[in-house]
Design a protein around this ligand. Structure first.
Ligand code: ADP
Ligand code: AMP
Length: 216
Protein backbone atom coordinates (compact mmCIF):
# COMPACT_ATOMS: atom_id res chain seq x y z
CA UNK A 1 0.00 0.00 0.00
CA UNK A 2 1.70 3.20 -1.18
CA UNK A 3 -0.44 6.15 -0.21
CA UNK A 4 -0.25 9.93 -0.37
CA UNK A 5 -2.46 12.00 1.94
CA UNK A 6 -3.36 15.27 0.27
CA UNK A 7 -5.34 18.10 1.84
CA UNK A 8 -5.01 21.64 3.09
CA UNK A 9 -3.14 22.31 6.33
CA UNK A 10 -5.43 21.23 9.16
CA UNK A 11 -7.52 18.91 6.99
CA UNK A 12 -6.64 16.03 9.32
CA UNK A 13 -3.74 14.36 7.48
CA UNK A 14 -1.69 13.74 10.63
CA UNK A 15 -4.73 12.50 12.56
CA UNK A 16 -5.69 10.04 9.80
CA UNK A 17 -2.06 9.06 9.17
CA UNK A 18 -1.60 7.71 12.70
CA UNK A 19 -4.69 5.47 12.30
CA UNK A 20 -3.85 4.32 8.75
CA UNK A 21 -0.25 3.34 9.53
CA UNK A 22 -1.27 1.20 12.46
CA UNK A 23 -3.96 -0.61 10.42
CA UNK A 24 -1.72 -1.27 7.41
CA UNK A 25 1.63 -1.53 9.26
CA UNK A 26 3.41 0.96 7.00
CA UNK A 27 5.73 3.83 7.96
CA UNK A 28 4.44 7.39 8.30
CA UNK A 29 6.62 9.75 6.29
CA UNK A 30 5.81 13.37 7.14
CA UNK A 31 8.06 16.07 5.71
CA UNK A 32 6.57 18.51 8.26
CA UNK A 33 7.73 16.22 11.10
CA UNK A 34 11.14 15.81 9.42
CA UNK A 35 11.57 19.59 9.24
CA UNK A 36 10.49 20.01 12.87
CA UNK A 37 13.09 17.41 13.93
CA UNK A 38 15.81 19.30 12.05
CA UNK A 39 14.65 22.57 13.62
CA UNK A 40 14.75 21.00 17.10
CA UNK A 41 18.27 19.71 16.55
CA UNK A 42 19.36 23.19 15.44
CA UNK A 43 21.20 22.04 12.30
CA UNK A 44 21.71 24.07 9.13
CA UNK A 45 18.72 22.57 7.31
CA UNK A 46 16.50 23.27 10.33
CA UNK A 47 17.64 26.90 10.56
CA UNK A 48 17.03 27.45 6.83
CA UNK A 49 13.65 25.62 6.79
CA UNK A 50 12.37 27.54 9.85
CA UNK A 51 12.59 30.84 7.95
CA UNK A 52 9.98 29.60 5.47
CA UNK A 53 7.84 27.58 7.88
CA UNK A 54 7.39 30.51 10.28
CA UNK A 55 6.13 32.67 7.41
CA UNK A 56 3.65 30.01 6.30
CA UNK A 57 5.60 29.42 3.07
CA UNK A 58 6.74 26.16 1.56
CA UNK A 59 10.36 25.20 2.07
CA UNK A 60 12.03 25.37 -1.39
CA UNK A 61 11.86 22.18 -3.46
CA UNK A 62 15.63 21.58 -3.51
CA UNK A 63 15.82 21.55 0.29
CA UNK A 64 12.69 19.40 0.63
CA UNK A 65 13.78 16.89 -2.02
CA UNK A 66 17.30 16.81 -0.55
CA UNK A 67 15.88 16.02 2.89
CA UNK A 68 13.43 13.30 1.83
CA UNK A 69 15.90 11.73 -0.63
CA UNK A 70 14.67 8.19 -1.31
CA UNK A 71 13.24 7.70 2.19
CA UNK A 72 10.20 5.98 0.61
CA UNK A 73 12.46 3.24 -0.82
CA UNK A 74 14.15 2.34 2.50
CA UNK A 75 13.85 -1.17 3.93
CA UNK A 76 10.90 -0.39 6.23
CA UNK A 77 8.91 0.59 3.12
CA UNK A 78 8.77 -2.97 1.72
CA UNK A 79 5.00 -3.14 2.39
CA UNK A 80 4.48 0.43 1.35
CA UNK A 81 4.38 3.83 3.01
CA UNK A 82 2.13 6.70 3.84
CA UNK A 83 3.29 10.13 2.68
CA UNK A 84 1.82 13.03 4.69
CA UNK A 85 2.53 16.57 3.47
CA UNK A 86 4.67 15.42 0.55
CA UNK A 87 4.51 16.09 -2.36
CA UNK A 88 3.29 19.69 -2.06
CA UNK A 89 4.34 21.01 -5.50
CA UNK A 90 4.25 19.65 -9.04
CA UNK A 91 8.07 19.53 -9.05
CA UNK A 92 8.01 17.32 -5.92
CA UNK A 93 5.28 15.12 -7.43
CA UNK A 94 7.32 14.63 -10.61
CA UNK A 95 10.46 13.83 -8.59
CA UNK A 96 8.56 11.25 -6.52
CA UNK A 97 7.09 9.71 -9.68
CA UNK A 98 10.55 9.42 -11.25
CA UNK A 99 12.07 7.75 -8.15
CA UNK A 100 9.20 5.25 -7.91
CA UNK A 101 9.37 4.51 -11.63
CA UNK A 102 13.10 3.81 -11.34
CA UNK A 103 12.33 1.39 -8.51
CA UNK A 104 9.50 -0.25 -10.52
CA UNK A 105 6.84 0.77 -8.00
CA UNK A 106 3.45 2.47 -8.34
CA UNK A 107 1.35 4.61 -6.02
CA UNK A 108 -1.75 2.76 -4.78
CA UNK A 109 -3.85 5.86 -4.14
CA UNK A 110 -3.77 9.57 -3.41
CA UNK A 111 -6.35 10.34 -0.73
CA UNK A 112 -7.62 13.91 -0.92
CA UNK A 113 -9.17 15.10 2.37
CA UNK A 114 -11.73 17.79 1.56
CA UNK A 115 -12.39 20.38 4.29
CA UNK A 116 -13.68 23.96 3.91
CA UNK A 117 -11.53 26.93 4.93
CA UNK A 118 -13.79 28.11 7.79
CA UNK A 119 -13.55 24.67 9.43
CA UNK A 120 -9.76 24.67 8.89
CA UNK A 121 -9.28 28.00 10.69
CA UNK A 122 -11.08 26.79 13.83
CA UNK A 123 -9.24 23.45 13.79
CA UNK A 124 -5.80 24.97 13.43
CA UNK A 125 -6.09 27.65 16.06
CA UNK A 126 -7.28 24.90 18.47
CA UNK A 127 -4.51 22.44 17.57
CA UNK A 128 -2.08 21.55 20.35
CA UNK A 129 0.83 19.16 19.94
CA UNK A 130 2.91 17.36 22.52
CA UNK A 131 6.41 18.86 22.74
CA UNK A 132 7.76 15.42 23.71
CA UNK A 133 6.03 12.74 21.56
CA UNK A 134 4.28 14.86 18.90
CA UNK A 135 0.75 13.54 19.67
CA UNK A 136 -1.99 15.74 18.28
CA UNK A 137 -4.88 17.32 20.27
CA UNK A 138 -7.55 19.91 19.70
CA UNK A 139 -9.08 22.22 22.30
CA UNK A 140 -12.53 21.74 20.74
CA UNK A 141 -12.57 18.37 19.01
CA UNK A 142 -10.06 16.22 20.87
CA UNK A 143 -9.26 17.63 24.31
CA UNK A 144 -6.51 16.17 26.49
CA UNK A 145 -7.73 14.79 29.83
CA UNK A 146 -5.61 17.29 31.75
CA UNK A 147 -5.18 20.84 30.42
CA UNK A 148 -1.95 21.28 28.38
CA UNK A 149 -0.66 17.80 29.33
CA UNK A 150 -0.26 14.89 26.90
CA UNK A 151 -2.46 11.86 27.76
CA UNK A 152 0.16 9.48 26.35
CA UNK A 153 3.52 10.68 27.76
CA UNK A 154 2.60 13.59 30.11
CA UNK A 155 4.69 15.97 27.98
CA UNK A 156 3.76 19.66 27.74
CA UNK A 157 1.27 20.55 24.99
CA UNK A 158 2.23 23.55 22.86
CA UNK A 159 0.80 25.59 19.97
CA UNK A 160 2.86 25.21 16.79
CA UNK A 161 4.49 28.53 15.82
CA UNK A 162 2.95 28.24 12.36
CA UNK A 163 -0.61 27.77 13.73
CA UNK A 164 -1.08 31.49 14.50
CA UNK A 165 -4.08 32.82 12.57
CA UNK A 166 -2.06 35.12 10.25
CA UNK A 167 0.28 32.25 9.33
CA UNK A 168 -2.66 29.87 8.84
CA UNK A 169 -4.19 32.32 6.34
CA UNK A 170 -0.87 32.38 4.41
CA UNK A 171 -0.60 28.62 4.48
CA UNK A 172 -4.10 28.21 3.05
CA UNK A 173 -3.26 30.59 0.19
CA UNK A 174 0.03 28.76 -0.47
CA UNK A 175 -1.90 25.46 -0.49
CA UNK A 176 -4.32 26.81 -3.11
CA UNK A 177 -1.54 28.16 -5.34
CA UNK A 178 1.04 25.42 -5.08
CA UNK A 179 -0.49 22.17 -3.80
CA UNK A 180 -4.09 22.19 -5.05
CA UNK A 181 -2.91 21.63 -8.68
CA UNK A 182 -1.81 18.16 -7.52
CA UNK A 183 -5.49 17.20 -7.26
CA UNK A 184 -5.88 17.45 -11.04
CA UNK A 185 -2.41 15.98 -11.58
CA UNK A 186 -3.30 12.77 -9.71
CA UNK A 187 -6.87 12.75 -11.04
CA UNK A 188 -5.30 12.62 -14.50
CA UNK A 189 -3.32 9.56 -13.41
CA UNK A 190 -6.56 7.90 -12.25
CA UNK A 191 -5.44 7.35 -8.66
CA UNK A 192 -7.14 10.21 -6.80
CA UNK A 193 -9.85 9.42 -4.26
CA UNK A 194 -11.65 12.23 -2.43
CA UNK A 195 -13.00 11.82 1.09
CA UNK A 196 -15.12 14.31 3.07
CA UNK A 197 -12.76 15.30 5.89
CA UNK A 198 -15.33 17.38 7.80
CA UNK A 199 -16.90 14.42 9.56
CA UNK A 200 -15.86 12.88 12.85
CA UNK A 201 -12.25 11.55 12.60
CA UNK A 202 -13.42 7.91 13.08
CA UNK A 203 -15.94 8.24 10.23
CA UNK A 204 -13.31 9.81 7.97
CA UNK A 205 -10.98 6.92 8.81
CA UNK A 206 -13.63 4.28 7.99
CA UNK A 207 -14.38 5.99 4.68
CA UNK A 208 -10.66 6.09 3.80
CA UNK A 209 -10.26 2.40 4.62
CA UNK A 210 -13.25 1.29 2.58
CA UNK A 211 -11.98 3.34 -0.37
CA UNK A 212 -8.48 1.86 -0.03
CA UNK A 213 -9.86 -1.68 0.10
CA UNK A 214 -11.46 -1.11 -3.30
CA UNK A 215 -8.27 0.09 -4.99
CA UNK A 216 -5.52 -2.00 -3.37
P1 ADP B 1 -2.92 18.23 9.17
O1 ADP B 1 -1.92 17.15 9.50
O2 ADP B 1 -3.63 18.01 7.86
O3 ADP B 1 -2.35 19.62 9.28
P2 ADP B 1 -4.12 17.52 11.75
O4 ADP B 1 -4.35 16.05 11.69
O5 ADP B 1 -2.99 18.01 12.57
O6 ADP B 1 -4.08 18.15 10.26
O7 ADP B 1 -5.49 18.17 12.26
C1 ADP B 1 -5.60 19.58 12.52
C2 ADP B 1 -6.40 19.79 13.81
O8 ADP B 1 -7.75 19.37 13.61
C3 ADP B 1 -5.86 18.99 14.99
O9 ADP B 1 -6.00 19.79 16.16
C4 ADP B 1 -6.76 17.75 15.05
O10 ADP B 1 -6.90 17.27 16.38
C5 ADP B 1 -8.09 18.30 14.50
N1 ADP B 1 -8.82 17.31 13.71
C6 ADP B 1 -8.31 16.39 12.84
N2 ADP B 1 -9.29 15.66 12.25
C7 ADP B 1 -10.46 16.15 12.74
C8 ADP B 1 -11.85 15.83 12.52
N3 ADP B 1 -12.22 14.88 11.65
N4 ADP B 1 -12.78 16.54 13.20
C9 ADP B 1 -12.40 17.52 14.05
N5 ADP B 1 -11.12 17.87 14.33
C10 ADP B 1 -10.16 17.20 13.67
P1 AMP C 1 2.99 20.19 7.99
O1 AMP C 1 3.36 19.67 9.34
O2 AMP C 1 2.88 19.10 6.96
O3 AMP C 1 1.76 21.08 8.02
O4 AMP C 1 4.21 21.10 7.49
C1 AMP C 1 4.60 22.26 8.21
C2 AMP C 1 5.38 23.20 7.29
O5 AMP C 1 6.59 22.54 6.82
C3 AMP C 1 4.66 23.63 6.01
O6 AMP C 1 3.78 24.73 6.21
C4 AMP C 1 5.85 23.97 5.10
O7 AMP C 1 6.39 25.24 5.43
C5 AMP C 1 6.87 22.91 5.48
N1 AMP C 1 6.75 21.70 4.61
C6 AMP C 1 6.33 20.46 5.00
N2 AMP C 1 6.35 19.62 3.97
C7 AMP C 1 6.76 20.34 2.89
C8 AMP C 1 6.96 20.03 1.52
N3 AMP C 1 6.69 18.81 1.01
N4 AMP C 1 7.39 21.02 0.70
C9 AMP C 1 7.66 22.25 1.18
N5 AMP C 1 7.49 22.62 2.45
C10 AMP C 1 7.04 21.68 3.31
Amino acid sequence: MRIILLGSPGSGKGTQASMIISKYAIPHISTGDMFRKNIKSGNELGIEAKKYIDMGLLVPDDLTLGMIGDRFLESDCQNGFLLDGFPRTLIQAEALGEELKRAGKNLTAVVNLEVNDDVIASRMTGRRVCSKCGANYNLVFNKPQEEDICDKCHGQLITRDDDKLATVINRLQVYKNETQPLIDYYKGKGILVTVNGEQDAEIVFNNICSTLEKVR
